[in-house]
Ligand binder design. Sequence first.
Ligand code: MF3
Ligand code: CO
Length: 251
Amino acid sequence: MITIKSQREIDLMKKAGMLVSLMHKYIKPFIKEGITTKELDRLCEDFIIDNGGVPTCKGYEGYPAALCTSVNDRVVHGIPDNTKLKNGDIITIDVVIGYNGYQGDAAWTYAVGDIDDDKKYLMEHTEKALYVGVEQVKPGKRIGDISAAVQKYAEDHNLGVVRELCGHGIGQEMHEDPEVPNFGIPNTGARLKPGMVICIEPMLTFGDRHVNLLDDEWTVVTRDGSPAAHYEHTILVTDDGYEILTPRLDD
Ligand code: MF3
Ligand code: CO
């Protein structure tokens, strides 16, 4: 069931989204060679709690951390550990924060020091693919319009579209209906209405689109070892378009 949020709920979701944005801004300066993903997770969990939020991922289906930290060929759901970041890595930080019972969800990929041109290209065009999807959002448009726009942009730029995971509705739960795939057919799927809130989140690879699940049962990696990037926003459908509830404050 796709929920339509009331004005009161929308106001709470804006607060949850803002806390997600503030956390990303907070953590960005720490993303440097030598820090471990566990240290990043600890800093973010403290930041979330100090600001009255709930780190929703922690304990979700047994997930052990506040953040997903996915480095290089890790696509999503990388579990924070004692691995130190190295110059030239890319890392996606994905977080869901609850605030007064409502959730905000956003992921960005960050560069560690100097990265090569392939990774720069991957990051730039994965973020653009997200905004191409977001631009589709307005009442009367359908989920398939978002999916098809993201897929076309990604494939036109020779990036692999991971199909095993997708975006989603969001509200009191981090995952609500509808699913928002990153591939699809225009003019199909649920129709967007004002008050819906969805997460659009292209996960793109520099090489082949196929992925494997590691033995930890969480970490999704590219099969060919190529790097992956992931950008996600929480988006409100407004009367005449959209509002990004997780605006980037970090650049
Ligand atoms: N942002 C992720 C998503 O959209 C959060 C899930 S991570 C989990 O699915 F660990 F909580 F599962
Ligand atoms: Co999400």
